[in-house]
Design a protein around this ligand. Structure first.
Ligand SMILES: Cc1ncc(COP(=O)(O)O)c(C=O)c1O
Length: 399
């Protein structure tokens, strides 16, 4: 049962907040102390007793990571895999899908850059057709167009829940109702939404869901995970297998394991895996519904304040928006803003058009500055950020 949210407790448990004003949570969030301790403790054990021996000692805790990930998305542990990042998790499922020439894959304007590159490669290699569903007036995936394209026939819907380059939260459950109706395989990229909003694979109705550790879950870098539902396990043989993903059953045969760990590698970052589990446990102990409401409110507060600054325009679309806030400063390069803020220990990032070719150029937008807030950020940080940006905007636009 989540405890009542205490901002001072979560800030006390986040050592980085004393060092930086961190609005780059969509890049990699500041981890809580428990994640840091878990990773460092395991690395120390590896150094002291040996890597294999430390893993054997931590066997139960390593196993528990699957239970934690399962609780995060509402799935049994045997449907969860720990993979090094969200991209590889997604790739292992989508590249392994038994596409036939001419199969149509429906995606959206918010789809993540690496996923689109992969789909384009699959178009070249396997002859699939990639169909981009437009935005509706609010900027989320157009459900009417999606329904019409599903009715024409599609092998897969591959959708990004929350894009890297804006506050949009796509209506994953509504999409799941449509894919269920047309019996279409549904892959959800939940990389930015995991830890940002509650996720439940049953109510979403997806077959595959990919996520990462370091962003809104506040886990270590180089960690990610995959949910593979029953249909995914039935249909998908991963493009890469090793002795962990399959058994070598005779000189000339192998058998793929029957759970989701077929998508994993044998060798992995054990400290990171434990850290990912600690991050998920921490997020669940705070209650994601509770922390989500807070970060959504902080996102809206920041957008409203930025809109008041002369020359600043906010560009987040969607009827439901999360903690990722994107904006431009008239006449000033986003990279300059990012660098000048960094000089003041204020962390943001940028979203270049080349990472969102189905979206930013389509909206006539240049590279944007991305300020992504988390529940542990506070009102004072919003005020400091807005003051710093206001000063920069007036200095730089004066020339
Ligand atoms: C929406 C989305 N999907 C996927 C990824 C890739 O995640 P990873 O870097 O863990 O592979 C990102 C990273 O920014 C992302 O924003």
């Amino acid at each position: 049962m989540p405890t009542e949210f205490s901002l001072s407790a979560v800030r006390d448990a986040t050592p980085g907040v004393d060092e930086v004003l961190h609005f780059n949570n969509a890049g990699s969030a500041l981890p809580p102390q428990t994640v840091l301790d878990t990773v460092v403790d395991h690395l120390t054990r590896e150094a002291m007793i040996g890597g294999y021996e430390a893993a054997a000692e931590a066997e139960d805790r390593l196993e528990n990571v699957y239970g934690s990930l399962g609780r995060l998305v509402g799935a049994p542990p045997e449907h969860m895999a720990v993979v090094e990042n969200a991209t590889r998790a997604w790739d292992m499922a989508v590249y392994g899908y038994p596409f036939e020439r001419g199969d149509r894959v429906l995606t959206c304007r918010a789809e993540y850059v690496s996923n689109v590159i992969a789909l384009l490669q699959l178009r070249k290699q396997k002859g699939i057709e990639v169909v981009v569903i437009d935005d509706d007036d609010a900027g989320q995936i157009d459900l009417d167009q999606l329904e019409a394209e599903l009715a024409r026939g599609a092998a897969m819907v591959a959708m990004t829940h929350a894009p890297t380059n804006g506050g949009l939260i796509n209506p994953a459950e509504r999409v799941g109702e449509l894919t269920a109706h047309f019996d279409t395989f549904y892959v959800l990229d939940a990389c930015q939404s995991a830890g940002q909003v509650p996720l439940d694979v049953t109510s979403i109705g997806c077959d595959v869901l990919s996520g990462t550790g370091r962003k809104y879950l506040r886990g270590p870098r180089g960690t990610g995970f995959l949910y593979a539902g029953p249909r995914a396990l039935e249909r998908i043989e991963p493009p890469f297998l090793d002795l962990h993903a399959a058994d070598w059953t005779s000189e000339s045969t192998y058998e793929v394991r029957d759970d989701a760990r077929r998508f994993e590698n044998w060798e992995t970052n054990f400290a990171g895996k434990l850290g990912l589990g600690a991050a998920v446990d921490y997020a669940l102990s705070l209650g994601i519904a509770q922390t989500s409401a807070r970060l959504i409110e902080l996102g809206e507060t920041l957008r409203a304040a930025l809109n008041e600054i002369d020359g600043v325009s906010v560009h987040d679309k969607g009827s439901t928006r999360g903690g990722i806030v994107t904006f431009a400063v008239e006449g000033v390069d986003a990279d300059v803003i990012h660098r000048r803020l960094r000089e003041q220990d204020i962390n943001t990032s940028t979203s270049p058009a080349s990472h969102a070719r189905l979206d930013l150029p389509h909206r006539g937008l240049p590279t944007l500055v991305r300020a992504s807030v988390h529940y542990y950020n506070d009102g004072d940080e919003i005020d400091r950020f807005v003051a710093a940006l206001g000063a920069l905007a007036s200095e730089l636009s004066r020339g």
